[in-house]
Structures are given as structure tokens and as C-alpha cells.
Design a protein. Structure first.
Length: 175
């Protein structure tokens, strides 16, 4: 499979079977995250793996919309960042999250990003549930599990190619 094929195949999955995610698959995803680029190689991430069913179900209520997938997830990964190490902590954490999402797809799993930072008090709820200190910012939580829904791959012909500019930005609204 090419990297482009993997990207086309990776979709946000919000319903999972009850089959547990194997530890070696979680380890693989975390290794991929630890290899993700970070500003000046500060590695400001901290990852909290959630497997406890009660905690996962509590995570489903951290947002009014957007966290329901934890109702069926069999695992989750919290990404917390140390903002004192770099001012690019959000970008660094986002790249680590994308490495996890792509690694999950490669491993035959479904995954979905849930934004936590500055969302409806969700950050404080995750901080409380997972014992994350105030010195870290909780960026997101990723739900994981075996897919209980199928989503079509991205259609390459329907991508928004008008968002691509060469050399300078040009308005594409006139097309």
C-alpha cells in the first residue's frame, strides 16, 4: 500500500466492535507517535493510554458533540503537551496525533480524533479522569477500536484541488 492509499483509506471511525485492541498494536502506534517531528526535537508530548471501560465511557461525555465514539471504543490515547518546552506545542501534538491515526489504519483499526483543548470544559474533565497535571495542556483524545462501520475511501477526483496554489496565492473563486 502506498502512503497516498493509506491517506485515502483513513477515515474517522466512530463505531467499534467489542474486540479489544491488542497491546502490540497500541505499542506500534505509540512508537510511530514518538517518531513524529517536533520543534527543535523538544518532544513535548505525553501519552496516556486508556483501556478501562468505565473511563472510556466517561470520555464519551466530555463534549456535547464529538466524543460519543468513546461509547464503543475499546482503547483511547490522550495527547497532553508541555507548553513550556515550545510555542509550537499544538502543531507538534497534531503531528503526533496524525501519526497515531495513520498507524491505526495501517494496523486495521479505526480511530477518531476528539479535540479537547479549549472545548466546553473537556480539557479539565480529561485532566481529572486521567490525573494529568496543570502544567500540561490536553490537546486531544483519540478513540481506538476495530471498525463497526465502513466508510468509503476519499475519491481523488473530488479532492479540493482549487485549494492548491503555485508560487503565490491566487483567488480561485472566479472558476
Amino acid at each position: 500500500m502506498t502512503f497516498r492509499d493509506l491517506c485515502a483509506q483513513r477515515r474517522s471511525i466512530r463505531r467499534y466492535t467489542n474486540q479489544p485492541v491488542e497491546q502490540d498494536k497500541i505499542d506500534y502506534m505509540l512508537q510511530c507517535a514518538l517518531m513524529s517531528p517536533s520543534s527543535k526535537r523538544t518532544n513535548g508530548w505525553e501519552f496516556v493510554v486508556i483501556r478501562d471501560e468505565q473511563t472510556l465511557r466517561q470520555l464519551s461525555a466530555i463534549r456535547t458533540y464529538g466524543s460519543g465514539m468513546f461509547d464503543t471504543a475499546t482503547a483511547g490515547i490522550v495527547i497532553a503537551m508541555n507548553p513550556s518546552l515550545t510555542d509550537t506545542w499544538q502543531a507538534d501534538g497534531g503531528i503526533a496525533a496524525e501519526h497515531i491515526l495513520l498507524a491505526a489504519e495501517e494496523q486495521g483499526l479505526g480511530a477518531c480524533w476528539c479535540q479537547v483543548y479549549k472545548r466546553e470544559g473537556a480539557e479539565q474533565m480529561v485532566r481529572s479522569l486521567c490525573g494529568i497535571p496543570e502544567t500540561l495542556n490536553v490537546l486531544c483524545v483519540i478513540s481506538l477500536g476495530y471498525k463497526d462501520e465502513e466508510r468509503r475511501n476519499y475519491d481523488l477526483d473530488k479532492l479540493k484541488y482549487e485549494k492548491i496554489h503555485h508560487e503565490t496565492y491566487t483567488s480561485n473563486h472566479s472558476r
